[in-house]
Design a protein around this ligand. Structure first.
Ligand code: F3S
Length: 404
């Protein structure tokens, strides 16, 4: 692989041991994927920050790195395993929580912004069109590649850390024009209105296309940010989609040809829609409602607060968001309303990465295609995938009845 003089110096250890180690990681990756050179990047969103995933090995590695080096480019952190302010109140185990805080602290020493969210694009890490970046977290990757048109591969903790320390990524995958073309054209035959509709679409298409690039045609109403957040998360979990295009909506469809020379076409109509909803069609008492996967936007916090005003929940409810969005929700009075109804507003963490939610719940409703996909296997629960309004009503009633 071609390396500039500066990159060779990094590899030779001229900038210290951790920079050398990181450059070795990137060169090895580049060799594996046939990269011809490195690309300079402008920012990183780092996964692997949850102690549940990183464990002691990850903690020790980052602590060691923090003694020797720091991030060269702005770096935000993905979700962690606890609510860092309220871990005792919510009931996160002490030993786990302290290790988690140590891990975040090590990243902070390296210069990372402790955003602790899977929606960094809502809290200041908003790359520009065409910018090369290094991001982890599957839903955020699909969002930033597709909706913003920045360029990242699906990075893990070690490669994102290496990219942050060196400011480089090997030039392969979604950094290159030729890998950003659509392999599947999906003709929409249903009108999409709610986040749930987009989650259902994403779930179906992710299963069909795996890790290839889908292109959607025929979406009539302009999707909202929340719609696209839901679509990105579902595509990236039932499949491994890191990039999609929507004709007339996402930027690459406005700036050039997005279909590959050879592609397959399939439709998404009411039958395809039904196949997904039938899969997550639990009907009965509800133990917990989980909202905010990916983390809630301020618009979602407002919707939840409006619907919960002067209401009491019969089921448990978790509303997951970032600390930055919660601060705004506090100012707007939304947090108080949501908590008064009996819900927990949980920051920093993720229902899947935290050790608290797998504690005996059997019946879960959610708006999230990603959670609906992972929860049954992880927690052995029955799941309903509903639109936000229905999720909240199910929490208020303590049950979900289809067709009522
Ligand atoms: Fe975010 Fe966790 Fe969902 S990282 S997208 S809340 S599974």
């Amino acid at each position: 692989m071609y390396l500039t003089d500066n990159e060779k110096a990094m590899l030779n250890g001229d900038f210290g041991e951790i920079v050398q180690k990181c450059m070795k990681v990137l060169v090895t990756l580049g060799d594996i994927y046939g990269a011809e050179k490195m690309i300079e990047i402008n920012n990183v969103h780092s996964p692997g920050v949850s102690y549940r995933v990183a464990g002691d090995a990850g903690l020790n590695y980052v602590k060691g790195a923090s003694l020797q080096g720091c991030f060269r480019v702005p770096t935000t952190l993905n979700t962690i395993g606890i609510d860092s302010d309220n871990w005792e109140k919510i009931g996160f185990p002490k030993e786990f929580s302290l290790k988690q805080l140590e891990l975040v602290d090590a990243y902070k020493k390296m210069g990372a912004f402790c955003t602790n969210t899977c929606t960094p694009y809502l809290v200041g890490n908003t790359p520009m069109f065409g910018e090369h970046i290094s991001w982890g977290e599957s839903s955020a990757i699909a969002y930033v590649n597709s909706v913003i048109g920045a360029r990242t591969n699906r990075e893990g903790g070690p490669s994102a850390l290496a990219a942050g320390v060196t400011g480089r990524v090997p030039a392969y995958g979604y950094h290159l024009d030729e890998n950003r073309k659509g392999k599947y054209l999906i003709e929409l035959e249903v009108d999409l209105k709610t986040d749930r509709d987009y989650a259902v679409l994403g779930y179906y298409v992710g299963q069909r296309v795996g890790k290839d690039v889908p292109v959607f045609n025929g979406i009539k109403n302009r999707p909202t940010l929340e719609n696209l957040k839901a679509l990105s998360a579902a595509l990236a979990s039932s499949g491994a989609v890191a990039l999609y295009h929507i004709e007339g909506v996402t930027p690459e469809t406005l700036t050039g040809k997005v279909m590959a020379d050879n592609f397959e076409t399939f439709k998404f109509g009411s039958e395809e829609y039904r196949k997904v909803t039938e899969k997550f069609n639990y009907d009965g008492d509800v133990d917990i409602v989980v909202l905010g996967c990916p983390h809630c936007s301020i618009v979602e916090m407002k919707q939840i607060a409006e619907q919960l005003t002067d209401k009491k929940l019969k089921s448990d409810m978790w509303v997951c968001t970032s600390r930055q969005i919660k601060s705004l929700a506090d100012i707007m009075g939304y947090t108080k309303i949501i908590e008064r109804a009996g819900a927990e507003v949980v920051c920093d963490t993720c229902p899947i990465l935290c050790p608290t939610l797998d504690k005996g719940y059997e019946r879960v409703v959610t708006t999230s295609g990603k959670l609906a996909h992972y929860m049954p296997g992880l927690w052995n629960v029955k799941t309903a995938l509903l639109q936000l309004e229905d999720c909240i009503n199910a929490g208020i009633d303590g049950e979900w009845r289809r067709g009522i």
